[in-house]
Design a protein around this ligand. Sequence first.
Ligand SMILES: NC(=O)c1ccc[n+]([C@@H]2O[C@H](COP(=O)([O-])OP(=O)(O)OC[C@H]3O[C@@H](n4cnc5c(N)ncnc54)[C@H](O)[C@@H]3O)[C@@H](O)[C@H]2O)c1
Length: 330
Amino acid sequence: MSYRVVMIGAGGISRNHLDAIRQLGPERLTAVAVADPDGVRGRDVAAQYGLAYYPSYQEMIVQEKPDIAIIALPHHLHEECAVFCAAKGCHLLLEKPMANSSASCDAILAAVREAGVALMVGHTQHYLPANRQAKALIESGRLGKLVAIHDTRHKAYFEEERPRWFLEKEKAGGGILMNLGAHSIDKIQWLTGRRVTKVKAVLSYEAPIGNVEGSGVVLAETEGGIGAVIVQSGYAGVAKDETELIFTGGMARLVSRQGLWISSGGEYEPVEGDDAQGAESPFASQLYDLLDAIEHRSEPECSGEYAKSVIAVLEAVYRSQATGVEQVVD
Ligand SMILES: NC(=O)c1ccc[n+]([C@@H]2O[C@H](COP(=O)([O-])OP(=O)(O)OC[C@H]3O[C@@H](n4cnc5c(N)ncnc54)[C@H](O)[C@@H]3O)[C@@H](O)[C@H]2O)c1
């Protein structure tokens, strides 16, 4: 069966989704329309991909009656848009982070349940080949027991090109931790197969613009007592996205878009990848998972329930910064 898809939001990530739809091909998915109140951006994407353009996503959903809506909006709009689209009977691919609060996640989950549609949240980390290799390594027990994780992410966050809403707490829900920390928390939970239960966070608010944090250090503990440290900075510096996994019998270095290295003592050695794995974009892989969930009426790997757990950890991070003490994740 082939499904009709609409794109809500014609911003930075919309082209990744539309390219992925092309990768799957018209026998599975066809993008039909895009909505964005920014007419320049919306029309530009519409022209590039041969789509109808709507300034209003509500009008687009009513007119086009799509099977699937992909929602790639500023975070504060995720709830209202997901609830609207679910009520109109659309299956949803909702960008991460799921919403700005657990309460918003609950509202989305209730709407999805009521409508009987599928919901997948776009935690693309699950589909990066090196990440999958790291998960297989952990599960194999080859390096013994995993005891600690050190995850570092640095990315200039306050550059001119960044859409302004990312720097407004009321819209983005937070700064680099809400946006990229969501990936780190997801990575830790998914790689280990365990939920984060406690956090202690120290954030800084030193950026010249906006009112969100510019850096953060989070000490997290998972179920079963794996310790994880997340260090992120959005200030000027060297871009980095690296995760070190520390086992009782060795270590692994994961650079998500580059590869995986392991050591059983001594220097790191590269782990050979499966080239076929790398050929498909993570955005295409997640669409296959969504179609599987729709057709088998099953929960996708990145279900709404799972994605809500990432938001609960982020809420605990901001509570820890506000109170100065460790927080249990609700
Ligand atoms: N999975 C990933 O790796 C990844 C990467 C980048 C962004 N994201 C996520 O994707 C989402 C969008 O991020 P982005 O970088 O594309 O942001 P963006 O600011 O570039 O794009 C958002 C777009 O939404 C539009 N918009 C605002 N209100 C709207 C409305 N009512 N109806 C329709 N469109 C509206 C804006 O005009 C803008 O074009 C966020 O949740 C972000 O965290 C995920």
